[in-house]
Design a protein around this ligand. Structure first.
Ligand SMILES: [Zn+2]
Length: 379
């Protein structure tokens, strides 16, 4: 059975603070490493560490040495993504820089006591213990390994983001799959046997919070900003809660149908879809799609299911039977002029996704009969 490592990030708010000098020293070390990596074109952590460690260690003798390791790692990854953006013409700056108050920690630099809700963090002159306040921590993390973490400082708050991992066994692919088509206000998922459409109601939540924020902006008060942040957090939690429930339904559907695979759309094509919705433009973002996909992916893998991403280009405008171009045929309906297929456009998207996945894995083609639509609203 194929093995796969699942990674989940938990974010804890910390009670107390870390000395400003740790943040400023780290930023200085990171800045130097970044400059060096950029000047010499170094993307390898090993090489950067080999060439810079000694000098930085001598310059900052009170800084625990592993901070230099993690700064090397961060510098390499920041430089790498800068280079990628630059190649695509998307980086405006001449050279990479990093201004955020973020420190990367490895397992020498921090430990978590989840029973006592406490984090221990290495600082310049020993270790500090900080209480964990609320967080996105969940019971399911208990049996997972803790890997690296990040200390993130905002204006007046300190967070610890820790990565938990677990190795799971995935079932062998049996050619049966559930495809998921994500839209701004509804999600359609299903197999060749049946397709379900579930309204998420996300649009209503987003609109309500958008109006709340706008009201707030129209009459500025002294404490306006914390309230804005509070609203943002509440909105996000509400939406995430919907996503968790939805992902559970999708995984249950896959298990019920003994499907081995869940098919998701590749992100590159999702951007185009976002533009389709004018009313919510700028508010329904990549975050939503990626977040939902992430939740589906880890829940699926924890259940031992495989997850495949397929190219979703044209899945809503091409006929799943003959490949002909579809034209609109009433509310949410599409029609194929070539073979006469008439169907709901979300079902069409699901069928196309299944089709592409099965072409990719070389399994049997999709049954040509259209699957029945059950449950949920019309979207
Ligand atoms: Zn057709």
């Amino acid at each position: 059975m194929p093995l796969e490592t699942i990674k989940l990030t938990a974010s804890f708010k910390l009670d107390g603070s870390i000395s400003e000098s740790l943040f400023s020293t780290y930023r200085e070390v990171l800045g130097r490493l970044l400059e060096y990596a950029w000047t010499k074109g170094i993307t390898s952590f090993k090489r950067l560490k080999a060439e810079r460690y000694r000098e930085l260690r001598a310059r900052h003798p009170s800084l625990p040495s592993h901070y230099i390791y993690t700064a090397c790692q961060m510098a390499c990854s920041i430089y790498k993504s800068f280079r990628k953006l630059r190649k695509r013409g998307l980086a405006k700056a001449e050279k990479p820089f990093f201004k955020k108050q973020v420190i990367m920690l490895d397992d020498h630099l921090f430990s978590l006591d989840l029973e006592g809700w406490e984090a221990s963090i290495a600082v310049e002159n020993g270790r500090v213990k900080l209480k964990l306040l609320h967080g996105t921590y969940h019971e399911r993390f208990k049996e997972m390994r803790i890997g690296q973490a990040w200390l993130v400082k905002t204006e007046d708050e300190l967070y610890l983001k820790a990565v938990f991992s677990k190795t799971v066994e995935l079932v062998e692919s049996n050619g049966k799959a559930i495809a998921v088509d994500i839209n701004e206000n509804n999600v359609t998922f299903g197999s060749t046997e049946r397709v379900r459409n579930i309204e998420t109601g996300e649009r209503a939540i987003r609109t309500a919070y958008f109006l709340k924020r706008r009201r707030l902006q129209s009459k500025p008060r002294l404490n306006e900003k914390p309230l804005m942040v509070k609203y943002k957090g509440r909105e996000r939690r509400k939406v995430e809660d919907i996503y968790h429930k939805l992902a559970n339904q999708i995984v249950d559907e896959a298990k019920g149908l003994k499907a081995s695979t869940i098919v998701l759309e590749e992100l590159a094509n999702i951007r185009r879809r976002i533009r389709r919705s004018k009313a919510i433009n700028g508010r329904l973002n990549r975050w939503s799609f990626r977040k939902l996909q992430e939740i589906i992916e880890y829940k699926a893998k924890l259940a031992g299911l495989n997850v495949t991403y397929v190219n979703a280009k044209g899945t809503s405008i091409l006929c799943p039977i003959c490949g002909g171009r579809l034209s609109p045929n009433g509310y949410r309906q599409m029609k194929c002029k070539k073979c006469g297929l008439k169907q709901d456009r979300d079902i069409i998207a699901v069928r196309n996704l299944l089709h592409r996945c099965q072409i990719d894995v070389g399994a049997s083609p999709v049954h040509p009969e259209s699957p029945p639509m059950i449950g949920g609203g019309k979207g």
